[in-house]
Write a protein that binds this ligand. Structure first.
Ligand code: NDP
Ligand code: 8X3
Length: 261
């Protein structure tokens, strides 16, 4: 039977756009107390407003840069001032920087991807875990990617950090066995958000090409999936979930409709 998310405390990182913003609104619609973190606080204010209008019991937001321990720990201190317990932690902050081959890769892109997707997830989880252990039935949902399961050209570091995310999720699942805290990874295929604009540094032509002729996943598709995972009964843990648009049968097998002349 579905577990109600009404009045539950839900923390979403990377809540200023894409999956994170849609997830905040979706948990808001379930009547949860929603906590938002990201670097762009002006965007968080807008998402907070939408989340409140969707029906959230309460909404709170604060600047968060998961690439530094002081910012993450300051965020966690602020969270502790709001609530002594977190019911759902969604580690969503992340993204790709560049799509260069190993031979042409740039240090700054590699470092940015390792910091946000890998170390960022570790920092947030370490800081928030004390609010979850002792709260059986709570859920940690990490956002991985199809890229963590299948490598592609130009994806070496992004595929690498998402593969690390999968293994970190599995380690944490083992470490928390017996506490009642659930841990899982939700691994989407391509979805149209700000992801490709960030990856290609604002090159809209290149970004649009990723989705050309397809019907990609939307942020709302992922948000609904996260709500479903978190609302399973406490004895059910969704360990791993791979979700792709119907047009993406595999990383290198994507159906594209050609535009009619
Ligand atoms: P978006 O670019 O729309 O969202 C990324 C979010 O991460 C933003 O809210 C951004 O906020 C936040 N973020 C980035 N860097 C930091 C940081 N240092 N500290 C805190 N927050 C940060 O992309 P998506 O919604 O698509 O991406 C969300 C997650 O989903 C990522 O982990 C991505 O790797 C993953 N993913 C995406 C897929 C896709 O095709 N779209 C498919 C599979 C996985 P801000 O800039 O304000 O800090
Ligand atoms: C994003 C999906 O296929 O662009 O994680 O790497 S993909």
């Amino acid at each position: 039977m579905k577990t109600s998310l009404k009045n539950k405390w839900v923390l979403v990182t990377g809540a200023s756009s894409g999956f994170g913003a849609a997830t905040a609104r979706a948990f808001g619609a379930e009547g949860a107390n929603v906590i938002l973190g990201a670097r762009r606080v002006d965007r968080l204010a807008q998402v907070a407003d939408e989340t409140k209008k969707a029906g959230a019991a309460s909404v709170h937001f604060h600047g968060l840069d998961v690439t530094t321990t002081p910012s993450t720990n300051a965020f966690a201190d602020w969270v502790r001032g709001l609530t002594p317990k977190i019911d759902v932690l969604i580690n969503n902050a992340g993204g790709a920087h560049g799509a260069d081959t190993v031979a042409n890769g740039r240090d700054e892109d590699w470092e940015a991807m390792v910091q946000v997707n890998l170390l960022g997830l570790m920092r947030v989880t370490r800081a928030i875990l004390p609010l979850m252990v002792g709260n059986p039935g709570s859920s940690i949902l990490n956002i991985g990617s199809i890229a963590g399961r299948v490598a592609y050209e130009g994806g070496s570091v992004y595929c690498g950090v998402k593969a690390a995310e999968l293994q970190i999720t599995k380690s944490l699942r083992l470490e928390l066995c017996g506490t009642g805290v659930r841990v899982g990874t939700i691994d989407p295929g391509f979805a149209e958000t700000e992801f490709s604009m960030v990856r290609f540094k604002g090159d809209k032509g290149r970004s649009d090409k990723v989705y050309e002729g397809t019907e990609p996943l939307t942020a709302e598709d992922i948000a609904e999936t996260l709500v479903w995972c978190a609302s399973r009964p406490p004895h059910v843990c969704i360990d791993e979930l791979l979700i792709k648009c119907t047009d993406q049968a595999a990383i290198h097998k994507v159906h594209r409709r050609t535009a009619k002349a």
